[in-house]
Design a protein around this ligand. Structure first.
Ligand SMILES: O=P(O)(O)OC[C@@H](O)[C@@H](O)c1c[nH]c2ccccc12
Length: 330
């Protein structure tokens, strides 16, 4: 397999060696100090963009998440609640079963109030109701945004949806930078977590996969370009790969990204390993769904085009061009 990817230019403040040393990751971790202090005579000022200010939205989110981590409860305090958490459900199995039932990509429907690129998507946001209507109308799994600052999400939504009796397995949609978040997601009812390859080096992904396994959770490992895809294909034990059509550094959406990353040898390796690929972001019409299905995905992750409709559940039939709700609930 080739190591060549569509590599974005390396930004000024991260040297090529730094990027190479971190599995090609351009997103940097938060520096311990703020911007460096400069003096002119008696005056002191801080200069932004000397490597100590985030260069794009993904970097900003990750730095805020790292700061958030400092206020967390110690891990040992999660032990009790973790033992009382509802047992994890089979996220991978639910996707597979749905694909086998409908012959269409299994739907992971996203409970998403807002996003940094689109602002508020839905004013009257009732997460439990939305989750229930998604389930009734044929979603195989649900994705629940838990980041508060940029997506107006909450771990309370995850917990409330699980406690309301929704059966679909739940993906905790979070920016994971620390293993602590995996335990916390599980105790709030998550059955799967998102691991973003643009943020996490291979060693972190491997370590986090082990913890997910111990906790009984699936991991959806998200890639955006060829280089990330090749990295992830080199890691043993990955069952689910998400191809994000949205570049989290620039917000540009291009659904042909899914097709490009599944062409040739990469697609073959994925098929051999029995990996389910999830097409993510920017899917709005039945044509989009068949486009990514033809490219090789067996599941799709959809937020905006459902959540913006008056009835997000009913919107599922519109998105797929037909009713995909389970017979028993129809
Ligand atoms: O609302 P959309 O365009 O249908 O996209 C859903 C989902 O793919 C998107 O929310 C997403 C994909 N990867 C992420 C990582 C973090 C936050 C959000 C995301």
């Amino acid at each position: 397999m080739t190591e060549q990817g569509n590599e974005a230019p390396v930004a000024d403040s991260a040297s090529a060696a730094e990027v190479e040393g971190a599995d090609g990751i351009r997103i940097r971790r938060r520096p311990v100090t703020g911007p460096p202090v400069h003096y002119v005579g008696p005056f002191q000022f801080r200069l932004e963009n000397e490597g100590n200010t985030p260069r794009n939205i993904l970097e900003r989110i990750v730095w805020d998440k790292e700061a958030e981590m400092k206020e967390r409860r110690p891990l040992y305090m999660l032990k009790g609640p973790l033992e009382n958490a509802p047992p994890a459900r089979d996220f991978f199995g639910a996707l597979k079963a749905s694909y086998d039932r409908t012959g269409l990509p299994a739907l992971i429907a996203e409970v998403k109030k807002a996003s940094p690129s689109r602002g508020v998507l839905r004013e009257d946001f009732e997460p439990v109701q939305i989750a229930q209507t998604y389930e009734k109308n044929g979603a195989a799994c649900l994705s629940v945004l838990t980041d508060a600052k940029y997506f107006q999400g909450s771990f309370d939504y995850l917990e409330a949806i699980r406690n309301a009796g929704v059966q679909c397995p739940l993906l905790c949609k979070e920016f994971i930078v620390d293993a602590w978040q995996l335990y916390y997601a599980r105790l709030k009812g998550a059955d799967a977590v998102l691991l973003i390859a643009a943020v996490l080096p291979n060693l972190d992904i491997k370590y986090m996969l082990k913890i997910c396994k111990i906790l009984g959770m699936a991991a959806l490992v998200e890639v955006h370009d060829e280089r990330e895809m090749d990295r992830v294909l080199g890691i043993d034990g990955i069952q689910l790969i998400g191809i994000n059509n949205r570049n989290l550094e620039t917000f540009q959406v291009d659904i042909s990204n899914t097709k490009r990353l599944l062409e040739g040898e990469r697609g073959q390796t994925i098929a051999q390993k029995g990996i389910i690929v999830v097409g993510e972001s920017g899917l709005l019409t039945p044509e989009h769904i068949s486009f990514v299905q033809n490219a090789g995905v067996k599941a799709v992750l959809v937020g905006e085009s459902l959540i913006k409709q008056e009835d997000p559940g009913k919107a599922i039939a519109g998105l797929f061009g037909k009713d995909i709700s389970p017979v028993s609930a129809a």
